[in-house]
Design a protein around this ligand. Structure first.
Ligand SMILES: [Fe+2]
Ligand SMILES: [Fe+2]
Length: 185
């Protein structure tokens, strides 16, 4: 059990060595006790309209679309998509520990809504895509702050704080990309 924990913590912190990551370790994924309400809040961050699943797929699509003409932006989108996948894993494990199956759906207002591929902003050109990526990070930060306010479990609050640090870093990186390519002189 101890060995398994050690391995998990090791792989957990491999993510901070990626070039686009913040070099700050992630806390261990744990919860005080099962709680369905907290799981429902986190399912929104996991697979709602503004969610890690949407961010992963949006940035991955933009990565492919930027590859030919903007290799630096393509690399940024790919790297951030992978960090969002790590957020998805932490949220999914937390939702499972809270007692709910982390399928890609929300359960808010007693309705099951599966994640939908049209949540992704596919875009048509460089600057509308980057603007959508900036907006996605801002919306994610606002949702995480709101959920942090509603959740009393200190382990989850700490994990959300660390994820917010990443999203603020992503916001900075996307804003810098916009300033470089999209602001008329
Ligand atoms: Fe994220
Ligand atoms: Fe992000």
């Amino acid at each position: 059990m101890a060995a398994e924990q050690k391995t998990r913590n090791g792989s957990q912190n491999e993510h901070i060595r990626r070039w686009c990551a913040l070099p700050v370790p992630y806390p261990e994924v744990k919860v005080q006790r099962p709680n369905r309400f907290y799981a429902e809040l986190l399912l929104e961050d996991y697979a709602g309209q503004v969610s890690e699943t949407t961010a992963i797929n949006q940035y991955f699509h933009h990565h492919i679309m930027f590859e030919e003409r903007y290799p630096d932006l393509a690399e940024l989108e790919e790297c951030l998509s992978i960090i969002e996948m790590w957020h998805l894993e932490m949220l999914g494990e937390t939702i499972r520990l809270l007692g709910v199956d982390p399928q890609l759906r929300t359960l808010t207002t007693n309705k099951q809504t599966y994640w939908c591929a049209d949540y992704v902003y596919y875009g048509t050109a460089l600057c509308d895509r980057l603007a959508a990526d900036v907006a996605a990070e801002k919306a994610a930060i606002a949702n995480y702050r709101e959920h942090q306010r509603l959740i009393r479990d200190p382990h989850i609050v700490e994990m959300l704080e660390r994820i917010i640090m990443d999203e603020e870093h992503h916001l900075k990186l996307f804003t810098e990309a916009m300033n470089k390519y999209c602001n008329p002189k």
